[in-house]
Write a protein that binds this ligand. Sequence first.
Ligand code: BGC
Length: 747
Amino acid sequence: MKPLLLSLCTTLCVLAAMAQSPAYLDENLDIEQRITDLMSRMTLEEKIGVLHAQSKFSSAGVPRLGVPELWCTDGPHGIRPEVKWDEWDQAGWTNDSVVAFPALTCLAATWSTDMALLYGRSIGEEARYRKKDVLLGPGLNIYRTPLGGRNFEYMGEDPYLAGKLAVQYVRGVQSNGVATCVKHFCLNNQEWNRHGVSVHADDRALYEIYLPAFKMACLEGGSWALMASYNKIDGQHAGHNYRTLQEILKGEWGWPGAVVSDWGGTHNTDEAVSNGLDLEFGTGTNGLYGGSRNTYDAYHLALPFLDGIRSGRYTRQQLDDKVRRVLRLHMHTTLNRHKPLGSILSPEHYAAACQIGQEGIVLLKNEGNLLPLKAESTTKILVVGENAVKMMTVGGGSSSLKVQHEVTPLQGLHRRLDGRVACLTWDRGYVGDVSGSYNGVTTGQDLRENRPFSQLVSQAVSDARQADYIIYIGGLNKSYGQDCEGGDRKSYSLPYKQDSLITELAKINPNLIVVNISGNAVSMPWAKDVRAIIQCWYLGSEAGTALASVLLGDVNPSGKLPFTWPVALSDVPAHRLNAYTNGNEEYKESIFVGYRADRESGSKRKGQQPSPLFPFGHGLSYTTFAYSKPVLDKKTVTPSDSLTVSVDVTNTGTVAGKEVVQLYISDPESRLPRPLKELKGFRKITLAPSQTKTVSFTIGSDALSFFDPAIHSWVAEPGKFVAMVGSSSRDIRAKAEFVLTKPAENQ
Ligand code: BGC
């Protein structure tokens, strides 16, 4: 061939090769094919490189092949402010302020799958705009004790409620091309000694209570990532626990996603390699001063893994399984070229934060319809308590945020009432946490106070005499030892002598409304002396707006408790059985967590569960609802049938409102002990005055089953069942019986 022709051919070949993108970028191909192609191009070192952190919150991609870095962020209530590459310290950016959404306990209290989807979509948009690929949340650990320091980041005591809401949260976030990383898998129900405690739950408790929400989020929601917890499970750390990760999550469930360690939750290379961990974060923090083998290289899934493969200690299959899972995460996120752009600080996000807050606020008590407030030009309102003015988005651990703005409860009330009432004043009442800073982010508030408690009380009491209404706004906060990561509460009581202050106020003025801000139940020894009680969670940026709208009746409260509110700590099954011992934690109460511990008199199980102060599912409205008798589409079902339970619900009051209709199933006769009832359906509906809607629930035999450890399987035992429809777990309005037949009878 002539030299000129040869060079022309070569140029054309090169141009053709350049124009043809590699198969791993070809979106017409199946993801697994693309990953196979990508893996075939990666060196051993490049494969190891995607399995561990390269900074506090990122892992490397494959720079040579154009695979971008993978960036994670906390989670789960807003996008965390930027920290330095190698340290937890603030990076000092000035453009990383966000919208704070309500804490997840509030989302759970909405009992609304619509709100969960809105939440996920909105926070996912903020994550996407901030160029994050993985959002570290939602938190799905079951509320086992009201002392749990991280309960505010979780979704209550019921696996079905938490799971159904998590599914929508996950779908909402992931529609942005941002992965959720559901956490903390699993049995992470206490913070004290969280790295050392070894938890034992029997198989029924594990499968019926502690796993289902994760399973729903992973399989039904399709979460692309999951974070293992810090604690040990039966003596082995959860971050590389063979049983939970390898056998159950990846084996029994066949989940294809990537297991991410919690930050600093990896302790052993052999176990990390063999027991299901895929992506390691936070083991060492400083990549700068480690000499030639800096700390990122020293991660268990870095050089130790590489050396082990070279020496034959670990296999290529072990490596490739992890790499494939991590690359799936990349395919959905960093390599997804169709993901939306995201958005941040938008009016829509503020509106979402406000609406979720409004729907999650729970009206616990409202004697004589003290609420909504009748605000007239002569009305004098006194607000008492530190939480009325304290910003709550800063603090609490890794979920702490830097917000563009936060409306405190007092500001919310001022915005709504200024110019409309005779006066709105505030008294401090007590001094709680005045720090106002977390991890280098400060609220800018100066909450210092020199007056002694006695003086603050007498001031509040004397002002209370003049007021038409007293709105007490207290509760917990996000300082260490309260609703905060890394520690549990020391006591079930309200801190800072609030009980005595509330008691004094109740003596002076009967028009006392207590607003408790917390992520946990607290003891309320004064509950019978107070006419109105509101449970207000950490509501984020629009906290004050949401609270004021409910207090004034602009919004009719519709939140329901996602956990049982006990009178005393000794009423909590875990505490009553003295199981909360911190060292080796045996879940002696098994499946009887929260309302599942309720027993009928004459039950075979010993001990009558005391009545709670407020039951699971409880929440009042400014209107009332009537329920018809439920109608079943059949009285006899086979294991493969579905059953539809329908009920008519009518708004019998004078204002529009939302009701959460709850379906519980009871299995009165069973080979193994079962709870009196279990939540198997819920629906939030809106009703105008006098309006009636029919609510239908369709369930399958899974809703009738228990986990039988003897055969390691779910069992729906033939016999009688009862469908119970109600407004809370202890306010069952109507029941209907049906029979599950043996499979053979129908063949
Ligand atoms: C927490 C996680 C969090 C991670 C990263 C850990 O201490 O347990 O929930 O996502 O830090 O900040």
